[in-house]
Structures are given as C-alpha cells and as structure tokens.
Design a binder for this molecule. Structure first.
Ligand code: 13P
Ligand code: SF4
Length: 396
C-alpha cells in the first residue's frame, strides 16, 4: 500500500472551527472563554437587547445585508460594503463598532475609524473565501512579474473591498484605489485616467463584468493572472497586451449561479426579471436583465410594482428578507441549490450576545486591529474610493 504524506502544519488559510477554546495551530484566535451562550437559549434576544441598552451610545452595530435575521434585527444600520464603510468613517462618537459582517469589512472599519474607537467582529472565524484567494506575498510576486514585463509603471491596482488590509495597503502604496460593487465602474474609469492597465484584485468576475459591460473593453483585453502559476500562467506578451489583468479569485456563493439557472427560471416564471450581483460570472450577468450591488438590488425590488416577478442572484439571507418584505411580488431565488454564505453566517445570535455582554462588562473581545503602517497605506486607498466623484452617496 502506498503511504500518503499528510503535512500536519496548518495552511495560513485553514478553515476555522467554532469552539470554546482557541486552537492556536489551526484557528485565528477563535476564543470564547467559557461563556458563549447555546444557540437554543430562549433568552438570547432579551440578552442582546439588554447588553445593547446598557452600552447605549457607546456601541454602534453595523450589519451587512447578508447577515442572518437574528443578527440584523440588532443593527443600527444595514448596508452593502460601501455604505457600511461610509458609516464607519462617519461614526466618530461610538466607542465600539460591532461589525456584523466579515473580517475584511471589520478591518476596513478599523482603518476608517478613529484611534479611540474599537472594532469588534463577534466571531473571528467570519472570513471570506474570496479575500483568502489573494495573499500579500502573492500580490507582491505578481507586481514583480509586472515589473519584469515592463508594465508595472503603467498599471494601476484596483482592489475590491473583499481583500485583506495588507493588500489594500499595497494598493495605496502603488497609486491605486479600493472599489466595491457599487462603484467599480467609477474606480476603473479613475484608474484608466491615470494608467494604461489595471491590475484588478481579487474578484475576476467583478473586474471583467465592469470592464467589458460598463467600460466597453473587449473580453480579449482581459487576462486572468493565476497566482499559483509562474508569471500568473501568462506570457510576457499577454501581460503587455492586456488592459485588464484580473486576479484569479471569485466568490464561492455567487460563483454557483449558472447560465442554466437563468434559462430555467425564465422557463418556469413567466415575465420574470432576473437581477444578479456583479460577482456572478460574465455569462450569468450577460443573461440577466439587471446587475447591481446589494443596495442596487434592494432599490430595484423596492421600486418594483406589485405583481412583478423577480429572480435574484445573490446571497440567500438577503433574498429571503426581500421576499418576506414584498409579499405582493413574486420573488424567486435564482438557484434552488445555492446556500447561505457560510462565513457571513458565522455571526449568529450567541456570538453577538457573547461580544455585547462582555463589552458591557468592560471586556473587549474579538477586536480587529490593523497595525499603523498597514492602516496608513490602506486608508490612502480607501479614501481614494470614498472621494471618487460621481459615486452615489448612500449615507442617510
Ligand atoms: P456588496 O456588499 O458590495 O454588494 O458585496 C457583496 C459581498 O459579497 C460582500 O461580501
Ligand atoms: Fe466572501 Fe462571497 Fe461570502 Fe461575500 S458572499 S463574504 S464575497 S464568500
């Protein structure tokens, strides 16, 4: 029998397990020292409310649209990544920002908030598989490859919000900007006013959809840089000829919608309008009727007349809530088999109660803190996005 060598050392991107104690060999500080309430505790809603009331104006809770109902009910504001980044930057008074979302969002909030404010992620295991598809060492190697091809000097990095702070800092240092799905078009236009090429990280689909559909570039202007291959799996000529160098990353939730899902829903639901998030593949977006960030999807449903039929291609928590809030419309999930975003779902009521109660008793847990050097450069890139002209302000 051949023996298979299994390397016991953890990958830096190892999946994280829930637990009451930290396993330092496999978990990034998932430590709940003894008092994580059981999910079945019937008093959790009252406990969360009581802890929130005790904290009063010292705490501000941000909730991404993909969060569970049990959590979103406690959010002071809900929004997409862009709106939540704006809100974080606009909340100078709250001592604690509890971020019900995922790790990269909490990092961005820490970068955008003042030094006296502390950002809390109720479960440190709430990461993002897309953000984990780009590591800073890979990005640095990619830039070295672009330098060797003689194109780094004319390339502007545009980095999706869904990325680690270190990559945002790299982007700031190299003259680039962050973008979200609500301002990707404006960010790319901004970049092409300053350079000849864009290195778009880490979501190849958002990059391709925006470049081709909004800016009128051709599919053949885009190449995909695979960080696991030498020179990204590209020839020097391919790097030199491309206008869009797309990082090989994707969202595991939106990547599951297929063109066949669109065909099927059109066959089953007469008159249906298909609306999808731009993290879906180009083929899906091309088949859909409308495309937009979570805020745009919500706005479309809210403006739609009674009796209209929609198939929505984004995360299930949001679609479920939209369907419940608009019983006069026929709202269908675009794919019958797609599930929730598992990492967004890590933030549940027990973890919210756990973090709020400890905050109320004077113990700061699960703080997300970006080091000053990374924060400085990442803020430059984030501020470039927040200052983009023509980007619809979503502050209310
Ligand atoms: P938006 O909030 O920008 O729509 O992004 C969706 C998403 O996948 C967040 O993780
Ligand atoms: Fe990441 Fe996709 Fe989940 Fe958003 S929906 S947190 S991009 S895996």
């Amino acid at each position: 029998m051949t023996s298979v060598f299994v390397d016991p050392s953890p990958s830096p991107l190892a999946l994280l397990l829930l637990g009451k104690a930290a396993d330092s060999t496999s978990e990034r500080g998932v430590e709940c020292p003894g008092d994580l309430p059981p999910a079945s505790d019937p008093g959790l809603v009252a406990r969360a409310q009581a802890a929130k009331d005790t904290l009063g104006e010292r705490v501000f809770i941000l909730g991404h649209h993909y969060q569970r109902d049990e959590v979103i009910q406690f959010a002071d504001v809900t929004g997409d990544s862009f709106k939540l980044a704006q809100k974080a930057a606009d909340m100078p008074l709250a001592e604690f920002i509890v971020f019900c979302g995922v790790h990269f969002m909490a990092e961005s909030a820490d970068i955008l908030t003042g030094d006296s404010q502390q950002v809390i992620l109720p479960d440190l295991a709430a990461g993002c598989s897309m953000a984990d598809m780009a590591e800073i060492s890979q990005v640095e190697q990619c830039w070295t490859d672009l330098e060797a091809a003689g194109v780094a000097g004319v390339t502007i990095p545009i980095t999706y919000m869904n990325s680690a702070a270190a990559i945002k800092a790299f982007t700031g240092k190299h003259g680039g900007s962050i973008c979200t799905s609500s301002n990707a078009q404006r960010s790319l236009e901004w970049a092409f006013e300053r350079g000849e090429k864009v290195l778009f990280m880490p979501d190849q689909h958002l990059g391709r959809n925006t470049a081709v559909r909004e800016l009128g570039l051709g599919l053949d202007d885009c190449v995909v840089f695979n960080p696991n291959k030498s020179n990204g799996g590209l020839t020097v000529d391919e790097l030199r000829n491309a206008k869009m160098i797309l990082w090989k990353g994707h969202c595991s939730v939106h990547g599951r919608f297929t063109p066949e899902c669109v065909d099927q829903v059109r066959a089953e639901v007469p008159g249906v309008t298909v609306i999808v998030h731009p993290e879906c593949t180009y083929e899906v977006v091309e088949k859909a009727d409308q495309v937009g960030s979570t805020e745009k999807i919500i706005a479309a449903i809210e403006a739609a007349p009674a009796g209209s039929a929609w198939a929505i291609g984004t995360e299930l928590n949001l679609v479920k809530r939209l369907a419940l809030a608009h019983p006069d419309q026929k709202i269908t999930y675009l794919d019958k088999t797609v599930c929730f975003c598992s990492t967004m779902n890590r933030i549940d009521l027990p973890h919210l109660v756990y973090s709020l109660e400890l905050l109320a008793s004077g113990n700061v847990v699960n703080q997300i803190s970006v080091d000053p050097e990374t924060s400085h450069w990442a803020k430059i890139a984030l501020d470039r996005m927040l200052a983009l002209p023509g980007v619809t302000p979503t502050l209310d």
